[in-house]
Design a protein around this ligand. Structure first.
Ligand code: GDP
Ligand code: MG
Length: 196
């Protein structure tokens, strides 16, 4: 299993000219604002405050590139689904995502995060369709797994599978950043991707 020994915020970008140089494989995280992307990043890297965890959703309007072990990058994509943003901001979000997802060299996979408790939203479904279109789909993380009981968990996962229209080979990995559980499964998947 990979051990994350070193991690740092390398670059904050809003357009391709600001991306870090290609050459390292990248794994990106996508999901609605407040779904738990920053918390998961901190859990994976074993750092309390590498990524800023926010009580008020919708703050991250940038693509954040984190360099891990000088070997690969985890890329925190801007969150979607925050109601209070203006039209120009959401258009800009679309352009930013398109620019990154459509042509980023070295991008191996986009891990989509959804809240375990709720059926994925229309925007989650749309995001996943988009990932499929680019061949970047296949791994979904169900966040905040501590919020449901063991019994409920399987039911929640099957709702996620149905709503996102997942294939049997697609993976749904429940993780709790609060209880610090499940991330080993994701790390093993990331390791596999990096070996490909
Ligand atoms: N109970 C619980 N809360 C979480 C978990 N992960 C994140 N949160 C909370 O959800 C909120 C949003 O988290 P954040 O990581 O900033 O989400 P982001 O907007 O997707 O980056 C914060 O209040 C976190 O403390 C989790 O695994 N369990
Ligand atoms: Mg965040």
């Amino acid at each position: 299993m990979i051990k994350i020994k070193k991690s740092e915020l390398e670059t904050v970008a809003v357009k391709p000219s600001q991306y870090p140089p290609v050459g390292l494989p990248e794994i990106a995280f996508a999901g609605r604002s407040n779904v738990g992307k920053s918390s998961l990043l901190n859990l994976l890297t074993g750092r309390k405050a590498l990524a800023r965890v926010s009580g008020s959703p919708g703050k991250t309007r940038t693509i954040n590139f984190y360099k891990v072990n000088d070997e690969f990058r985890i890329v925190d994509l801007p969150g979607y689904g925050y109601a209070k943003i203006s039209k120009s901001v959401s258009e800009n979000w679309g352009e930013m995502m398109e620019a990154y997802l459509s042509s980023r060299e070295g991008l191996k996979k986009v891990i989509q995060l959804v809240d375990v408790r709720h059926a994925p939203s229309a925007q989650d479904v749309q995001m996943y369709e988009y990932l499929k279109y680019y061949g970047l789909d296949g791994i979904v993380v169900a966040t905040k797994a501590d919020k449901v009981s063991r019994n409920e968990l399987q039911k929640c996962i099957s709702v996620i599978r149905k709503t996102l229209n997942l294939s049997p080979e697609d993976k749904v990995i429940p993780i709790s950043s609060l209880k610090r559980s499940g991330h080993d499964v994701l790390l093993a998947e990331i390791e596999k991707l990096l070996e490909e």
